[in-house]
Design a protein around this ligand. Structure first.
Ligand SMILES: Cc1cc2nc3c(=O)[nH]c(=O)nc-3n(C[C@H](O)[C@H](O)[C@H](O)COP(=O)(O)OP(=O)(O)OC[C@H]3O[C@@H](n4cnc5c(N)ncnc54)[C@H](O)[C@@H]3O)c2cc1C
Length: 415
């Protein structure tokens, strides 16, 4: 008898899953039984999304009771089951290996993060999906297939928003371990950021700019360097902040990674520590990606309408993501500026301001983050993704019964 539990809600509680239950297989045979007998099914991982991408008109399945396994070999790591970056990173570090980047938190699963194109920052760093070199996928009949980089479906499978089937294992590219030193600075004038955002965002291996689009006290440059302290920010007028760090209107309380000293990559690249709750918690997030070459113009366009959304905003974070070749990637064939918004947890209020931001960013062909709140119609998103229709064709071929099709995918792709 396969155990079940209730579907619950997303991490911040902004979306209550409509699915009837979460099924909890304990091994690959039980997983195959769950999948093959389902009319509609989606995978629920660590629930850190802000929309219904992980929801299902039928049931959900979680891999939380399945065995996990991490195999490090040469410049690859194979991760099986529900493994988080917090679990994976120390294993890699012990083998002298590292990932090229991490998101702002290590609490999320490898399969769930790579499914949505989750990213950190860095003009030379692709998103986490861009490190994928192979995917093991269970189809709706319960059969497992391996899709490597030379497979014609790879561009769809490495960032699949869960549409192709259950990812039972992911293989990622690794590199030799490295140390990172980070510091956060106030005092950099917005005028200097706005005049040349690429220079600021490209100053270190990974740079984030936090802002509330008006109050200079909230403008913060958080730089993570693999070549010593990022003291170049001081030349721009930056002053290192003390222990008490404010991210816009979010006051972090003993949950950020150490600043001012060097440490292994995984202890510095995320903003938030694995042993504490990240961010604010009572929030909704949205994010849009525009060509990096248009960064200055896109920032000016958002700043102009900022008074319209100011009442809902906790903080904006600006980051960069290097181009990749994954069909649904927000960085598909273009280096991008990521314009992120952490909102107060008021769904109606957030949904009322998103169309205004999406209209302001439309001239820049903005693409949304698949795991965050957006209101752009599917047609408009697909117009920015040249391989979007090819993705849909592969998803329909991989899942002819439409088991993994949900309301989210129907809104984006139709049918
Ligand atoms: C506090 C906070 C900070 C964040 N910071 C960042 C950030 O820095 N950068 C960024 O880009 N995003 C960020 N996000 C968003 C988040 O990381 C992503 O949306 C990510 O996809 C969540 O992964 P998850 O493991 O929680 O997956 P879930 O939310 O559980 O699922 C995400 C999607 O992946 C699918 N999926 C999961 N596992 C599988 C599997 N095994 N097989 C098939 N499909 C699967 C699900 O069906 C769903 O469609 C943040 C979110 C929070 C709450």
């Amino acid at each position: 008898m396969i155990e079940t539990r209730s579907a619950g809600a997303t991490w911040s509680g902004n979306h209550q899953y409509r699915a009837t239950e979460v099924r909890l297989p304990t091994g690959i045979d039980e997983l195959a039984e769950v999948v093959a007998s389902a009319a509609h099914l989606r995978v629920q991982a660590t629930r850190h999304t802000f929309n219904d991408v992980a929801d299902s008109e039928g049931a959900l399945v979680s891999l939380e009771k399945m065995p996990t396994r991490v195999d490090v070999s040469g410049d690859r790591v194979r991760v099986e089951g529900l493994v988080t970056f917090a679990q994976l990173a120390p294993v890699l570090e012990a083998e002298g290996r590292a990932l090229h980047n991490l998101g702002s938190l290590p609490h999320i699963s490898v399969a769930g993060a790579t499914a949505t194109g989750t990213h950190g920052s860095g003009v030379r760093n692709g998103n986490l999906s861009s490190a994928v070199t192979g995917v093991e996928l269970m189809d709706a009949d319960g059969r497992t297939h391996r899709i490597d980089e030379d497979h014609p479906w790879f561009g769809a499978a490495a960032l699949s928003v869960g549409a192709l089937g259950v990812v039972t294992a992911v293989e990622l590219r690794t590199e030799p371990t490295y140390a990172v030193s980070q510091q956060a600075y106030t005092g950099v004038a917005w005028a200097d950021i706005a005049a040349d955002p690429i220079a600021v965002l490209g100053g270190s291996r990974s740079v984030s700019i936090f802002t509330t689009w008006g109050d200079p006290a909230h403008d913060l440059v958080w730089a993570k360097s693999d070549t010593g302290a990022p003291s170049w920010v001081e030349e721009l007028g930056g002053t290192a902040v003390g222990d008490d760090i404010h991210l816009g209107r979010i006051r972090t309380v003993d949950n950020t990674t150490p600043r001012g000293t060097a440490g292994p990559w995984h202890t510095r690249l995320p903003h938030f520590r694995a042993d504490a709750p990240p961010s604010d918690g009572d929030e909704i997030q949205s994010e849009y990606f525009v060509p990096l070459a248009s960064a200055a113009e896109a920032l000016a366009a958002v700043r102009e309408i900022a008074p319209d959304f100011a009442a809902h905003l906790l903080v904006t974070e600006l980051r960069t993501v290097a181009a990749d070749r994954l069909w649904l990637s927000p960085a598909y064939e273009r280096d991008v500026l990521a314009i992120h918004f952490t909102w107060r947890n008021d769904t109606a209020g957030v949904l009322s301001v998103l169309p205004r931001i999406e209209a302001a960013l439309a001239p820049f062909d903005a693409r949304p983050h698949w795991g965050k709140a957006f209101t752009m119609p599917g047609e408009r998103i697909l117009a920015t993704l040249p391989r979007g229709r090819d993705f849909d064709a592969v998803a329909r071929e991989a899942d002819p019964r439409g088991v993994f099709r949900n309301a989210f995918l129907q809104r984006v792709f139709g049918g």
